[in-house]
Unconditional design. Structure first.
Lengths: 305, 286
């Protein structure tokens, strides 16, 4: 068992009477792609603000890379990189100037700084944008520059607060490719928040947060296994007949429009059922459980945009 | 801290609108002076020889005092912007000391204030030379530069204190415009201080920025005053100086230049201390 790069227990934060974070416990292992999934207003950004030393929690113990949050913030700041929801680079300055200024915050100078800028630009594919003013770039280009800024000091732990919100699907895919490249090259731990379930499905570990509390956690496959079922869809000439036949056998079948649907414990459980009613059916389809189903089951609601 | 100051400098000078608005009060003053104020004051003293040249230098001294306030205010606009655009979050999440950030903003304001004052001085000298004045002596120039430095440091301290209360760029822009307009009256550069009622005079005399104007007037107007009042009795000259705010009188005593310098230095120390107190108490916001 490797040592955890981030571990938090009993994390709480309230704004006046509003409790944004109500006791979170979780940990992140080195090299993990860790997804923090939840609807807007669930407390994701507040949690990331606390973990990136921007806000002080009301209660809770957090250890990041062996350092205690609150007491050793400067050391923590040196090993974390953060991509915030809003771009934080200067629009009037060139991307290169921006990266150099931010790099100087990590006591990098001269050749070491130039090399750091070149490396961050290469891994995020923004070499051609270096001379352009940040403010003139497109949304996706800006986002990659934001990531390059967060990587300037090769952090051990990279936080991304909703990195793809507001981007078109093509750009979103590109951003994820970039993040994948970074992980492949450096083995960096990546902690990201999102409200897109398909993004969480690609993570190593998912924590679902709602109303400031963890409502579920696990790997995506555990999620699907635990919270979503495969479904067998049967098309029949006489659905009513088929339905009563299946019910007689004690199977949990239900009628949906002109088909009959049965929840399966596993995909292969479909075989005996199909055998049973092969004469009645005209078509068949097996739907695999998705993260969407799992999420619906966990929170009882669809994620709000 | 140095690279952070350079970042602020680049940001300020790349933002043409910010540069323009930081000089707006200066443009307004020059406009008013060229249109009618100059003539009004020139006509008020028909007995004084070469009064136009004298009033020109009077205007330039006031101009430099105001420039040191409005341009440093423009420079601190970057600090307010960083806050309101949440760029500051990026700084706080980095292992950079908050004191070096604050130092970076302060260095930037002082450098911007000095550079812009030098540009103003250069343009003003060109205007004076075109009007028939002679080149200032090296001694005058040297003293003027020293006073610009002192006035920028003192006034930027007051501006920093003011800026430390602003979180939103819009509110700050509005405040800057109002202050830019009022500052001309508060330093007694639109109207000579002697033309105002007693109570207003007292307010102006207590306002530290006006002491920068007083000191600059003493240096810049020395030569023209000598020429204009060479044959006149000392009392006439003293009365004229008091009317224009070249010297301040409190009760029966005339304030020395050293006292005015002390007031500026005291202002700098007081307001830097107050600003640090306000800024260090501020919690991290959204």
């Amino acid at each position: 068992m490797q040592e955890k790069i981030l571990e938090t227990a009993g994390l709480r934060k309230a704004y006046g009477n509003v409790e944004a974070v109500r006791g979170l416990d979780f940990y992140v292992e080195p090299g993990q792609l860790f997804a923090f999934l939840g609807p807007n207003g669930a407390g994701k950004s507040t949690t990331i603000d606390i973990l990136t030393t921007l806000r002080e929690p009301d209660a809770g113990e957090t250890i990041i890379d062996g350092c205690r949050l609150g007491a050793e913030n400067d050391r923590i700041r040196g090993i974390l990189g953060a991509v915030f929801q809003e771009g934080v680079l200067d629009g009037l300055l060139s991307v290169e100037d921006n990266l150099k200024i931010r790099g100087s915050f990590y006591s990098m100078h001269g050749k070491a700084l130039d090399a750091a800028v070149a490396r961050a630009a290469k891994i995020t594919g923004i070499e051609e944008l270096l001379k352009h003013p940040y403010g003139k770039l497109s949304g996706g280009q800006k986002r990659r520059c934001d990531i390059a800024r967060a990587l300037i000091h090769t952090p051990k732990l990279l936080f991304l607060d909703e990195p793809t919100t507001g981007l078109d699907p093509q750009t979103r895919r590109m951003i994820w490719q970039t993040i994948g490249d970074i992980r492949r090259e450096s083995g960096m731990t990546v902690f990201f928040s999102t409200h897109y379930m398909e993004e969480a499905a690609a993570a190593d570990y998912v924590v679902v947060i709602d109303h400031g509390k963890i409502s579920a956690k696990g790997t995506p496959s555990e999620f699907k296994e635990r919270y979503s079922k495969d479904r067998l869809i049967l098309c029949a000439r006489q659905p009513e007949v088929l339905l009563s036949q299946l019910k007689k056998r004690g199977l949990p079948a239900k009628r949906t429009a002109d088909t009959v649907e049965i929840e399966l414990s596993s995909t292969l459980a479909a075989l005996p059922i199909l055998d049973l009613c092969r004469d009645e059916i005209s078509g068949v389809e097996i739907l695999k459980g998705t993260m969407d189903d799992a999420f619906l089951a966990v929170t009882g609601k669809e994620l709000r945009e | 801290m140095i690279s952070f100051s350079l970042r602020n400098l680049k940001l300020f000078f790349k933002d043409r609108a910010a540069v323009f608005f930081s000089l707006l009060a200066v443009f307004i003053l020059i406009g008013l002076y060229a249109l009618f104020l100059g003539d009004v004051w020139t006509d008020s003293f028909p007995d004084v020889p070469n009064v136009r040249g004298l009033m020109d230098t009077w205007m330039v001294a006031g101009l430099l005092a105001v420039t040191s306030v409005t341009t440093t205010m423009g420079a601190y606009g970057i600090m307010v912007d960083d806050k309101s655009k949440k760029i500051e979050r990026d700084f706080i999440a980095s292992p950079v000391k908050r004191s070096s950030l604050l130092g970076g903003y302060m260095i930037n304001a002082v450098v911007v204030g000095i550079l812009m004052s030098l540009v103003t001085l250069l343009l003003a000298e060109i205007y004076l030379l075109a009007g028939g004045a002679s080149l200032p002596s090296p001694a005058v120039l040297f003293k003027t530069l020293g006073l610009i430095l002192l006035s920028v440091i003192a006034n930027s301290a007051m501006v920093l204190f003011l800026v430390s209360f602003f979180q939103s760029a819009n509110a700050f822009a509005t405040a800057s415009t109002i202050i830019g307009t009022l500052i001309g009256f508060l330093t007694g550069i639109y109207l000579p201080v002697g033309a105002l009622p007693e109570a207003v005079q007292l307010i102006i005399k207590c306002f530290p920025v006006s002491h920068a104007a007083v000191l600059l007037r003493q240096v810049l107007m020395e030569q023209p005053m000598e020429t204009a009042f060479s044959g006149a009795p000392a009392e006439t000259k003293a009365a004229f100086e008091e009317f224009l705010g070249v010297t301040y009188r409190f009760g029966g005593t005339t304030l020395s230049s050293l006292a005015s310098m002390a007031i500026l230095l005291g202002t700098a120390v007081l307001f830097y201390a107050l600003s640090l107190l306000v800024l260090s108490r501020r919690k991290i916001r959204t």
